[in-house]
Design a protein. Sequence first.
Length: 190
Amino acid sequence: MTDFSETAIEPTELPSALEALLFAAAEPQTIPALADALNVKEKEILEAIKTLESLLEGRGLRIHNHRGTYSLASASRYAPWITNLLAREGSRPLSPAALEVLSIIAFKQPCTRGQVEVIRGVNSDGVIVSLEQRALIEVCGSAETPGRPNLYRPTTRFFEQLGLRGPHDLPDLPELATESKNEGEEDFSF
């Protein structure tokens, strides 16, 4: 096997090499990890990301930046067709309970299973396990409470599938409450 750790890459090849690394990587990558893999400076990776983003403009893929990590993702405008394809491949849609738990975790992150259960009023163990298996939520630490329960947050995959860049793209909860009032729904806030 050839060791390329000391081999310099041509600057013109850097965006294509970056695309190949992001395509091959199983997980999102940090700037330092990409710079180390390509044996270049972090500044060069940032420039290559900008170049690759413009090369991908108007195409089916885009660079996804979430919490300082980068990955390739499908362009959000193709979400309906991707959903259609995945549904044909036998993917099961999320249950209403799973959507509830996912929404709670997305808006309250990080939060514990107990906090989710207080909001829902029912046991959520099975739903949380299912969402973890689908890689839509992840453990991001432990609460500083007795028993040190796991804290959960949405994963990069969750945001990618919704076509969002991260939690900052989620609507504010007060806006949702206002929209509900405008649609003639009852206000259940306390």
